[in-house]
Design a protein around this ligand. Structure first.
Ligand SMILES: [Zn+2]
Length: 344
């Protein structure tokens, strides 16, 4: 089958279409004929590699995907060939203490599809039955591929970790990012007022359509933290900041918060290290909350919001599978609003 692979770590030029063996479904696995796959920054980090990441090459990239079940393993009971499925990209052992407690993302062997094992950027991919979800009749497969990773991430960040309550003010950095488009919609669903930032008038309009109450152009308002503090929150600060940007925004996130506020982070796309004024953390009695992926329960909760239209997965552009490298380059330019997809 055709697949977008790397044979060694490096820049995006390492991503190429190759002919690889079609995977076989394991005992409790489905073999899925990919219809759509979605890119994430993780694909870039896996391509680059990191100390300790040892992959069997060629390695098929891709965490998000949807498609039609082609074949099922002998232990599969809930799916059959021909079913349309979405997948939870978070993989866990299913047997350890954390898994049995329903905290799959705390599993010691927790991994993400496409990170340590073959991903979704291929004509076919496998997935454990427990990670598959049947699509409601007529639900579009492109949205089913675009939604999971960012929706489950944003849902856990806002509902479980930050526990956003009605009437609170939530600040989301960079409205166009995949997690941000989901976070804006989820924060509104939870009854919050949402402030977000973008870089163009077109993106600001899209952010408002998602429900953002205040959209700030961070190019024309570089000191947006002061603007939020003085003009938008009456010198109070915001209750919750959603930060997946990392090095470039973390210190600002801390400044934006009211005393007792919560900063929730799930990623660091601009870099992992930053100068943090620790005095601001203790003096303002802030909570800094880490969050990564989700439990199976949160995945299903997030997808229910997707299937019922509360979260509308935002798709920026669709490339054919053969142009996976170009799609990754496009994503890295950070000009997009929403998800970049591959069509199978
Ligand atoms: Zn486990």
């Amino acid at each position: 089958m055709r697949a977008a692979c790397i044979t060694r770590h490096g820049g995006l030029e390492e991503i190429a279409i190759r002919d690889v063996d079609t995977p076989r479904p394991g005992h409790d696995e489905l073999l899925v004929h990919m219809e759509f796959a979605a890119l994430n920054h993780l694909d870039y980090f896996v391509t680059k590699g990191w100390p300790g990441l040892e992959l069997e090459m060629p390695h098929v990239l891709g965490s998000d995907g949807s498609g039609i079940v082609e074949e099922v393993g002998p232990g599969v009971t809930s799916f059959k060939a021909g079913d349309s499925v979405a997948i939870n990209p978070g993989l866990s052992c299913g047997k350890c203490e954390a898994c049995l407690a329903g905290e799959q993302n705390a599993c010691k062997s927790f991994t993400i599809k496409g990170e340590h094992q073959a991903g979704t950027f291929a004509e076919y991919f496998t997935v454990p039955e427990s990670n598959a979800l049947a699509l409601p009749a007529g639900f579009p497969p492109d949205k089913s591929a675009a939604a999971p990773l960012v929706s489950l991430t944003a849902w856990r960040m806002l509902a479980t970790r930050a526990r956003v309550r009605p009437g609170e003010v939530v600040f989301v950095h960079g409205a166009g990012g995949g997690v941000s488009t989901a976070a804006i919609q989820i924060a509104k669903h939870l009854g919050a007022t949402v402030i977000t930032t973008t870089s163009t008038i077109e993106k600001a309009e899209k952010a408002r359509k998602l429900g953002a109450d205040h959209v700030i152009d961070y190019r024309s308002t570089p000191d947006y933290a002061t603007h939020v503090f003085k003009d938008l929150t009456g010198k109070r600060g915001v209750d919750v900041v959603v930060d997946s940007v990392g090095a470039r925004t973390f210190a600002t996130s801390v400044r934006l918060l009211r005393p007792g506020g919560r900063l929730v982070t799930c990623g660091a796309t601009t870099g992992p290290s930053t100068d943090l004024d620790i005095r601001q953390v203790f003096w303002k009695q802030l909570d800094i909350l880490g969050s990564t992926m989700s439990t199976q329960k949160e995945f299903r909760e997030a997808m229910r919001l997707v299937f019922t239209g509360t979260i509308d997965p935002v798709i920026d552009k669709v490339f054919p599978l053969d142009q996976a490298r170009q799609a990754a380059e496009y994503l890295l330019q950070a000009g997009q609003f929403g998800k970049v997809l591959l069509r199978g």
